[in-house]
Design a protein around this ligand. Structure first.
Ligand SMILES: [Zn+2]
Length: 495
């Protein structure tokens, strides 16, 4: 297995790793205040202190908008790129970090003036010519030579992430924290900002991105510039931008929702039978989850052997095998990624420890949909998950207690769907659906945590469900399953 993770530490990074996420988000910076002047500028924190990836995200400022300018050339070929970030200082900043890995850095400016920039592992440390006052808006521009071959690997459900080359271009798989391989950013799932993508390609290629095509114009040299607007804020891990010989197929879904599939030319006809199921999947999910949270949807068919799909916002990436009928029960992946548009995309993760909320829900509705459309029994799958739950707790941590190496292991999928199943068994299907709707309504467009879910579930149900759910989410052993006294957990196999 390849591994490209090269953690590096320095003193201030060790400090950052010990702060909590909430503290990083809410606590005033430890600044020295002059007796009667503004706070003295200090460095922004290198990371948000996430339990899995403490250096991801950045402290001291809020990103308001990204503009990505990519001068795409050819597959696996470096090209000129720049990222322009509009941000607001949340403290007086002497310097600040961006998450940025690989690529060839050319220059960094802050408010148009050259800034000092140094790299330390996956951190780009930027020192502007003059400090940035608290509350001030500022613009950072990073020019670099992008390397679209950069891929990292995880030994779990993610496998490869970063740039995923295709025969005639690329697709992106940024999850969990590979966006920093693509553009300098605030690479944490709780941090979102709108993005403008401007990609110039040879005339025979198409560039696509999440959101809306704003402009397509041919330049004097014959190259084509594509401009997309994400329309809504998007987390770095959910950004999609693809280049290739694509056909864009527009249609409309329930309620007139604009649908846009992006498909390699040769795969348009053979993937149609599956792609045509999106409207029915949307209707089914809307009945259960409420309104679809974005302005459009569609699938991007990846011309790649990549084995996994990703819920990139408004344009889910699905490997071609899923839509060619060569995978068993492929429609489940489509429903899984579509469900994520509500859980994970619209309601974002507060920290990576909350991943069970995103993957558990996606797996829950994927399995439920499958059962109602001729697939495997949902209850049988949950019983199997129940039987394995102690083993998974031992191997992969309790559902809401992942560690970095087991983050995307089975406990976060079927193991976490089982927690939702237990909750539904405990409160009944009607109350469970009210909890789900309330969650998606209250936290639409926001990041929310496991504690938020427990609190809201208890409020909606009118009973303390935290006491019921905590052992499921954090306990060393699996609690009894309500309504199924005959279900038995298999003994843990050690060694
Ligand atoms: Zn998922």
């Amino acid at each position: 297995m390849r591994t490209c993770r090269t953690p590096r530490r320095r003193t201030r990074l060790a400090v950052a790793a010990t702060i909590t996420l909430s503290a990083a988000l809410t606590a005033p910076a430890a600044v020295a205040r002059a007796a009667d002047g503004p706070p003295a500028p200090t460095p922004g924190a290198a990371g948000l202190g996430d339990p899995m990836f403490p250096l991801d995200g950045n402290g001291g400022y809020t990103v308001r908008h990204y503009t990505l300018d990519f001068d795409w050339q050819a597959p696996r070929t470096p090209f000129a790129a720049s990222t322009t970030i509009k941000a607001t200082a949340r403290q007086a900043l002497s310097r600040f970090d961006l998450d940025f890995a690989g690529n060839e850095l050319r220059s960094v400016t802050v408010n148009g003036r050259t800034a000092q920039a140094t790299r330390d592992g996956d951190e780009l440390v930027v020192t502007p010519k003059s400090p940035l006052p608290e509350g001030s808006s500022f613009t950072v521009r990073v020019d670099y030579i992008a390397d679209p071959t950069q891929i990292r690997h995880r030994d779990d459900a993610i496998e490869d992430y970063g740039w995923i080359p295709t025969p005639d271009g690329t697709v992106l798989y940024p999850q969990p924290n590979g966006a920093k391989l693509i553009f300098p950013c605030d690479d944490h799932p709780s941090r979102r900002a709108p993005i403008t993508f401007r990609v110039t390609t040879p005339a025979d290629l198409t560039a696509v991105a999440g959101g809306r095509l704003v402009d397509r114009s041919t330049r004097p040299d014959g190259r084509v510039r594509w401009t997309y607007d994400s329309e809504q804020p998007v987390a770095a891990q959910l950004v999609q931008l693809a280049v290739g010989r694509f056909r864009t197929i527009d249609s409309s879904g329930p309620g007139g929702l604009p649908l846009r599939d992006v498909v390699p030319d040769a795969l348009v006809a053979p993937t149609k039978p599956y792609r045509d199921r999106t409207p029915a999947q949307l209707s089914w999910l809307r009945e259960r989850l409420g309104p679809y949270p974005f302005n459009r949807y569609g699938v991007l068919v990846g011309d790649t052997d990549l084995g996994v799909a990703l819920e990139t916002q408004t344009l889910s990436l699905l490997p071609k095998a899923d839509l060619l009928g060569t995978e068993v029960d492929a429609e489940r992946d489509m429903v899984h990624e579509l469900t994520h548009q509500w859980f994970g995309d619209s309601v974002a993760l507060a920290t990576w420890s909350d991943l069970w909320l995103s993957e558990g829900h996606a797996r829950f509705y994927e399995r439920l949909y499958s059962q109602e459309h001729g697939g495997d029994s949902f209850e049988a799958a949950m019983r199997t998950a129940y039987e394995n739950h102690d083993q998974w707790r031992r191997q992969y941590g309790a559902p809401a207690e992942p560690t970095e190496p087991n983050l995307f292991k089975r406990m976060r999928y079927d193991g976490s769907a089982l927690v939702l199943y237990a909750l539904r068994e405990q409160v009944g299907a009607d109350t469970f659906q009210r909890i789900e709707r309330a969650w998606l309504t209250k936290y639409r467009g926001r990041a929310a945590s496991t504690a938020d879910y427990l609190a809201l579930a208890s409020k909606v149900a009118g009973q303390d469900l935290a006491g019921f759910l905590r052992p499921w989410l954090y306990g060393a052993t699996t609690p009894p399953m309500p309504g199924h006294p005959d279900w038995v957990v298999n003994p843990v196999v050690t060694g």
